[in-house]
Design a protein around this ligand. Structure first.
Ligand code: PLZ
Length: 442
């Protein structure tokens, strides 16, 4: 598929409009869409819609197609597997690819200690299992999550997720024994450094929960849905040290940050943090549903035989895809490519920031980059401009997503295989979007 943007109709085109109308009569209202555009095919860094428009993909299906859409090794591996068998259930008659994925994850996850892995389907399911494992291992119940956190939409993970609308509103009651601690948020924290921010969190946990009651602390090393918040240097390490001192399991939720996305295999590596348990999903299998919990063998092996599982966890198609993803990251040097993307994107966005004071903060690592949009002259969140900039980009054939507790963060998650040309073209459109929507306020 040619890697170039092409507008064949206005967006959404007539066929997408028809399908959108059909969606409204067939699909539950609660399932929203970012763009009213239906996909027909996708490859590398572009998505072609049903009207022949070709869009530049700066979303990767929310950080999933990290190795590019329809990555050749992934397509071949899944084709081969689908012809052999689609499912036996690993809990009934196991197959080798599951063990291979586990072995490779154990080697890839930070730390040289002995590790074990269990496979599941979605990020939320893996997060739930990490908590189950931590509770059995520690014999404790309390779990601490952070302000702005996102961990999923199932009952336990809704409780861990911070934002009410749209994720939790009306869906309670939520799981008990979940507590929330303050994050390190450099753009809004003033002078407080990483160690002090960690101390602020841990002293609150000690006073309000009691360290001896805490099974696990769970954190995204860079928050995703919460606004691509990179904590101050030292914050994660100080938290992990507190966990170690208090017999608390430190869980890194790397569902969004994992698999080369941030310019390291896992984002914990940037801070030299070795989590007890690491949760991965999204980018792990190039779009096939797969997630994993990987961690210390003594912790992972705490639940009794038969205590962990599920019908589809580690499905053979997903395992074949995951092995191909790991091969692709290695063979194509995609960790290094993520760092190049960081340089290109932050360079251009910081340049734009000098001209547009609505860009309050440009942050992120690797190909996980965001702009926090604020009212000029201060730091008040500006979700309206954020929406308008995203809508302009969509109308001009660029897929972008927003995030953040206040909905004022424009985020970029391009596939790592995207070309510099496509990135520059997309950024030209983002710049034009700011010029068009922030007129007079620059
Ligand atoms: N942990 C850090 O980012 C999923 C959610 C989109 P699932 N993020 C995208 C939406 O609106 O539902 C995510 C994440 C982190 C856990 C999850 C959950 O992963 O595969 O969506 O369950």
């Amino acid at each position: 598929m040619p890697q170039r943007r092409h507008l064949a109709t206005t967006i959404p085109g007539p066929r997408s409009q028809q399908l959108m109308a059909a969606k409204q009569t067939a699909v539950a209202l609660g399932v929203g869409t970012t763009m009213p555009v239906f996909a027909a095919r996708a490859a590398g860094g572009v998505v072609e819609d049903v009207d022949g428009n070709v869009l530049i993909d700066l979303g990767s299906g929310i950080a999933v197609t990290t190795v590019g859409s329809s990555a050749p090794r992934v397509v071949d591996a899944v084709r081969d597997q689908v012809g052999r068998f689609t499912h036996t259930c690993f809990m009934v008659t196991p197959y080798e690819s599951y063990v291979q994925v586990a072995t490779r994850l154990n080697a890839l996850a930070p730390g040289t200690h002995e590790k074990r892995t269990a496979l599941f389907n979605s990020g939320a399911e893996a997060v739930e299992n990490a908590i189950k494992i931590a509770r059995v291992h520690t014999g404790r119940q309390a779990v601490v999550a952070f302000d702005h956190a996102y961990h999923g939409r199932t009952n336990l993970t809704m409780a861990l997720t911070a934002k009410s609308m749209p994720y939790k509103h009306g869906f309670g009651p939520f799981a008990p024994e979940v507590y929330r601690a303050p994050l390190s948020y450099p753009y809004r924290d003033g002078d407080i450094d990483g160690t002090a921010a960690a101390r602020r969190a841990t002293s609150l946990i000690e006073k309000q929960v009691g360290a001896d009651n805490v099974a696990a602390v769970i954190i995204e090393p860079i928050q995703g849905e919460g606004g691509f918040i990179v904590p101050a240097a030292g914050f994660l390490a100080a938290l992990a040290a507190w966990c170690r001192d208090n017999g608390v399991i430190f869980i890194a939720d790397e569902v969004q940050t994992g698999f080369a996305r941030t310019g390291a295999m896992f984002a914990c590596e940037h801070e030299n943090v070795v989590p007890d348990l690491l949760v991965s999903a999204k980018g792990i299998a190039g779009g096939l549903p797969l997630s994993a919990v990987t961690g210390r063998a003594d912790v992972m092996d705490a639940p009794h035989v038969g205590g962990l599982g599920g019908t589809y966890g580690g499905n053979p198609l997903a395992c074949a895809a995951a092995l191909a993803v790991m091969d692709t990251i290695e063979a194509d040097g995609l960790i290094g490519r993520a760092r190049q993307i960081e340089t290109l994107m932050t360079g251009r966005l910081r340049d734009l920031q000098t001209r547009q004071s609505r860009l309050g903060d440009v942050r992120g690592r690797g190909a996980m980059i965001a702009v926090e949009i604020v009212h000029p002259g201060g730091t008040d969140p500006d979700p309206d401009t954020t929406k308008a900039v995203a809508a302009f980009a969509h109308a001009h054939g660029v897929i972008v997503l927003t995030c953040g507790t206040h909905g004022n963060v424009l985020r970029f998650l391009p596939p790592l295989t995207i070309s510099d040309d496509l990135l520059h073209e997309a950024l030209d459109i983002i710049e034009a979007a700011f010029d068009a929507t922030a007129g007079g306020h620059a």
